[in-house]
Every structure is written in C-alpha cells, then in structure tokens.
Design a protein around this ligand. Structure first.
Ligand code: UD1
Ligand code: CA
Length: 441
C-alpha cells in the first residue's frame, strides 16, 4: 500500500463494566494484554507509531506500552468521537488515511484490517467501517442501511428503536478514514444522544451527508469483532483466542488430547509430534521441542524444553528453566531457573531451584535443592552421571562433581569431588528389645 497510514487507538474509556481496578485494555488474553493485540494489528498496517488515546489508567498504560506508541490525552471520556479529536495534532496537515481502532477488540486479524484499508483505497471511499453479522447484537452499534442496501447511519444500541435493534449487522468500531474527511466531520459532531457523548459513529453519516462515499466492509468471521466490555466478554475472548492457538498447533503437528482443556499462551512454540494431555497450562514465551509428552496438569512458564522431554503429571516448571533432550520431569516435581542436562531424570517429588544439573543424572524422590537462606538465593552445580539419593538436601552454594553418589537422606553442605560418595547423616543404631522393655515399665 502506497498511501500513508496513521493508526489511532482509542483506549481512554473508564471500562466501568469490568468492575475492577486494572485498566480494561491491560487485562490478559492468552498471556498478552488486550492492547498488545491491537498494537500488533496497528504495526501490521502502518510503519508509523500508533497514536494511543489515553485517559483512565494512563499511567499503567504508558508503563506497559512505553515507546511503542505516541500518546494523546483525553482528559474526560466524552465519547469515541471526542477521543479521536485528541489525535488531531498528530494527523493535522497530513495526507493519507487514519485507521481508527478500539483498544478493546483483541481478536481482530491483521489481514482483516489490511482488507478494509485496501477496500477503502481501491474504491475511493472517504471512510469505510468494519462490520459483521451476529446472532445476538445486544449492546453493539447497528449498521442501518437504506432500501438499496447502502449505508445510512450507525445507531447505538441505547439510542436504537425496536426496529433498529432487530438489525443483526453490527459496527466493529474499526474504520479507515481519509484524514481530511475525518477531521472535518469531527468538527461537526454533536452529543445529542442518550449518553450525551460525541460518538465517532456519527462521523460516517456526516461524511455521507457531505456527498462523499461511505462504505462498510462486512467480515464473515464475527469472532474478530468481539469487544471486551465485561468479564464475561473477556472470558469469551480468551475462549476464542485459545481455540485459534490450539488449532494452529494441531495444524503444525502437535497432538492435543483434549483441546478444550489445554491452555497455551499466544507466544508459545511447540515441536512436531509432541503430545499434550489435558490440563496443561503453558505460559509466556515457552519453547517446547519435538516428540515431548506432557502428561496431565502441568504448569510451564517461560521455559525451554528440548526434544523427547517427559513432563508430569502435576509438574511445575517455572521461568527460565531449560530442560534438555530426553530428560524427565516427573510427578510433583518443581524446577525453577535451572538447567537440566540430557537424559537426566527427576521422576517424583523433587524441588530443583537455581541449579545447573549435568547429563544423565538421577535425582531421587524427595530431593531438595536448598537455594534460599531466607535472605539470598544461591546456585547448586551437579556434574554429569551423578546419583542424588532420595530425600537429599543439597544446600547451595554447593558443587557435586561428575560421577559422584549422594547417599539417601544426606544434607550436603560441602562440595563433593568427582566420583566420591557423599554421605551426611548420623549412623543408624538398633537398640535390641527396646520396644518390649518399654512396655514392661
Ligand atoms: C463502540 C461503538 C459501537 C460498536 C462497539 C464495538 C461508539 C459510539 N460505539 O461501542 O458502535 O458496536 O464499540 O465494540 O463508538 N473510548 C475512549 N474515550 C471515550 C470513550 C471510549 O478512548 O470517551 C475508548 C474505550 O476505551 C474503548 C473504545 O473507545 O477502548 C470503545 O469504547 P466503548 O465505550 O467500549 O464503546 P462501546 O460501547 O463498546
Ligand atoms: Ca467496547
């Protein structure tokens, strides 16, 4: 596309219907705040930094978005039209197009925005609005068309007559405007509606009345339009996004035993032929290799798994863990900020925190890498081919050299040299007849 495009994102609203403290567009959907999806959409259609309209929750929003946007402030949320007026200094005197997006519609695809823009430019429209048809249009603005099916106006749910409420084509709150047409129509907006707000939607009929061409680009996939105004809609958005993510992984050759109960964040990568059982929650920028098996109910956060790694059931792999090929992290094992070497096994009831563990190590049941003295954290190093017995405590900082063997029940506080037996527990004593003697007392 040769025309210059500026993207305006409206995110200054109060988000009252969410009933909480967190600004609406910072709520997470599959591991990313809603606004992140919109910013990515904006970047896909324009090289210029998006203009973010902020107001309510401005501080948190600026903190999160940082230099990824330029900002315009809307002191009082007097409506979507008023919000866009705040972007005026950024687009005045520019030629080309302004793409206006709502900050609360995370499911929109970049391809759909591109299609809307292309449709606008190729057909010489002064503005095109995105729409879709839904079964239950309650709450959305409706696209009112004339007897020829041409665009007439958008009416908000609250301002609509019963007849208008029966219309199933809704306004997505995403538009492509010629900058000149947008600016002149904003100047003519009035707040004569039920909410006493300046509706951006009215600019379309103003532009039409001015004799310019106004179009509607109707999207087939209505899920792209979903606006998040309530927690229920947030749940719907998560559901739709989750299905999309899971579908992508299945298309790439990953087996999801129960896709409805598999929760994978949007930035996770998974190799081919990996099998994932129900209840797995895979978060952040986790990378999982090929042919892994994740049994039921694990949580894996921002970590890397090599190929053929087995995890779970009920394991917790915390951030910055790196589990190398053919390793096994079994049931009720927790790993944090650690490297686990190839073919190493921690099969049951283990905590590994802040450690570098070599290849082919066996970590016995109940072993604990004691990394915290209540004040600071320390690292443990375990070499290759070591055997860590059951119920061992490795008190960091400590180094267990290659090929060594730690006896069960030992609390190890000193380094263990290569090939040595480390044993640190009191010797067993058997007191013959002690039980019977006590009974006779
Ligand atoms: C809006 C549309 C409606 C459409 C729906 C789609 C208007 C008048 N209505 O309604 O036709 O069907 O989106 O999701 O445009 N905002 C500001 N400043 C304001 C008001 C809102 O920045 O003064 C921002 C909000 O933060 C939000 C976006 O604009 O991100 C949309 O506002 P919202 O109040 O959610 O509009 P809807 O009632 O959903
Ligand atoms: Ca909305």
């Amino acid at each position: 596309m040769t025309k210059e495009i500026y993207v305006i994102i409206m995110a200054a609203g109060e988000g009252k219907r969410m009933k909480g403290e967190l600004p609406k567009v910072l709520h997470g959907v599959c591991g990313r705040p809603i606004i992140d999806y919109i910013l990515c959409g904006a970047n896909a259609v324009s090289k210029n930094k998006p203009i973010l309209i902020v107001g309510h929750g401005e501080k948190e929003l600026r903190e999160y978005v940082g230099s990824r946007a330029v900002y315009a402030r809307q002191e009082n949320p007097l409506g979507t039209g008023h919000a866009v007026m705040m972007a005026k200094p950024h687009i005045e005197g520019k030629s080309g197009y302004a793409v206006v997006l709502a900050g609360d519609t995370p499911l929109i695809r970049a391809e759909s925005l591109e299609a809307m823009i292309e449709y606008t430019i190729e057909n010489g429209y002064s503005v095109v609005g995105l729409s879709t048809k839904v079964e239950d249009p309650t709450g959305y603005g409706r696209i009112v068309r004339d007897e020829n099916g041409d665009f007439k106006r958008i009416v908000e749910h609250r301002d609509a007559t019963d007849e208008e409420r029966a219309i199933d084509e809704i306004n997505a709150s995403m538009y492509c405007f010629k900058i000149d047409s947008l600016l002149s129509s904003l100047g003519n907006l009035k707040d004569d509606n039920v909410q006493g707000e300046y509706y951006l939607t009215d600019t379309l009929s103003i532009i039409k009345e001015n004799g310019e061409k106004v179009g509607i680009y109707c999207l087939e996939d209505h899920t792209e339009i979903l606006g998040v105004n309530t927690r229920e809609q947030l749940g719907d958005a998560m559901d739709i996004m989750r299905r999309r993510i899971n579908k992508r992984h299945m298309e790439n050759g990953v087996t999801l035993v129960d896709p409805e109960n598999t929760y994978i964040d949007s930035d996770v990568t998974i190799g081919v032929d990996t099998i994932i059982y129900p209840g797995n929650v895979i978060e952040g920028d986790t990378i999982i290799g090929s042919e892994c098996v994740l049994y039921q109910n694990n949580r894996i956060v921002s970590s890397r798994l090599g190929d053929r790694v087995e995890v779970g059931p009920f394991a917790y792999i915390r951030p910055n863990s790196d589990i190398d090929n053919d390793a096994k992290i079994g049931n009720f094992v927790e790993v944090k900020n650690s490297y686990i070497g190839k073919k190493t096994k921690a099969s049951h009831l283990v905590y590994v925190g802040d450690a570098d563990v070599g290849e082919n190590v066996n970590i016995g049941c109940g072993a604990v890498f004691v990394n915290y003295d209540g004040n600071k954290k320390y690292r443990t190093i375990v070499g290759d081919n070591c055997f860590i017995g059951c119920n061992v405590n490795l008190v960091a900082p400590v180094t267990i050299e290659d090929d060594s063997f730690i006896a069960a029940g030992s609390t190890i506080t000193k380094d263990v040299p290569k090939g040595a037996l480390g044993i640190a527990r009191s010797r067993q004593e058997n007191k013959e007849g002690w039980v019977f003697e006590r009974k006779n007392d």
